[in-house]
Design a binder for this molecule. Structure first.
Ligand code: NAD
Length: 257
């Protein structure tokens, strides 16, 4: 229960890594705000179920991370925000000369600009509380590139740069800012890329997973959402108080290549 008494806001957390991270934070004793752009009965039921499972307060607050004002409103509506996990993200894969402008704009807004808006809104709240953690879910693509992912790679490199800047701006305060850089994690975002990749390489599902997707991940294993949650809880713990402005890769060796 290392995070008991804290409140965490996790953007894009009704699915995938965000949900896995939110669950590990709740398991560590913190109250949690779940978020996505939707506002369904399932979203609120998810919060209720998590609350009962972990014995902490879990709220669901709708906010579209493509809209700066809604990013800032999410922090305001949350009230407390000791731990901010910027996780919301989308992907689109296309050659740069064929990349739809609206996809570029959406990826830059959701994957990068939202981090600016939520962090700007959360830092005064953390300063008032005298403690804070900003944890950005970047990517191995925040450190390296792949073809056909221009917007995603640009946005994730931007998040890594912003992480360092925020760390320097808060260096003398009890606030840290770090980025986690996952390799491939089997979530709906990655699942959605499998059919196209199967068609492109004329391969079956398992062959695409091992030979194409995990080709750059030397462990040949997906990272899990629980492992990313555990890394997040560590960065939020007192043990990580002097870790700031850096990246932690959870990528099975991808960026060691
Ligand atoms: P996912 O599609 O399972 O989850 C994305 C989450 O973001 C969902 O909860 C979705 O509702 C939310 N979201 C999307 N658009 C939003 C918006 N406009 N406003 C609010 N919420 C929005 O994807 P994931 O794989 O869990 O990805 C989560 C994060 O991890 C992303 O930032 C992604 O870039 C990053 N990441 C994923 C992998 C991977 O292999 N899955 C690897 C590296 C980094």
């Amino acid at each position: 229960m290392v995070l008991k008494g804290k409140t965490a806001v996790v953007t894009g957390s009704n699915s995938g890594i965000g949900l896995g991270v939110a669950r590990e934070i709740a398991r560590a004793g913190a109250d949690v705000v779940l978020n996505s752009f939707s506002d369904t009965a399932d979203d609120h039921a998810l919060a209720e179920t998590m609350s009962q499972e972990f014995g902490v307060t879990v709220r669901y607050i709708q906010a579209d991370m493509s809209d700066g004002a809604q990013c800032r409103a999410l922090i305001e509506k949350s009230g407390a925000c000791d731990i901010l996990v910027n996780n919301a993200g989308i992907q689109h894969v296309a050659p740069i000369d064929d990349f739809p402008v609206e996809k570029w704009d959406a990826i830059i807004a959701i994957n990068m600009s939202s981090v600016f808006h939520t962090t700007a809104a959360a830092l005064p709240v953390m300063r008032a509380a005298g403690w804070g953690r900003v944890i950005n879910i970047a990517s191995a693509h925040g450190l390296t590139a792949s073809p056909f992912k221009s917007a995603y790679v640009a946005a994730k490199h931007g998040v890594v740069g912003m992480t360092k800047t925020v760390a320097l701006e808060t260096a003398e305060e009890p606030i840290t800012c770090n980025a986690i850089c996952p390799g491939y994690v089997l979530t709906p975002l990655v699942e959605a890329q499998i059919p196209d990749t199967m068609a492109k390489y004329n391969m079956g599902r398992e062959e695409v997973i091992k030979k194409v997707m995990l080709e750059r991940q030397p462990s040949r294993e997906f990272a899990t959402v629980e492992q990313l949650g555990g890394t997040t809880v560590f960065l939020a713990s007192d043990a990580a108080a002097q870790i700031t402005g850096t990246t932690i890769s959870v990528d099975g060796g991808w960026t060691a290549l």
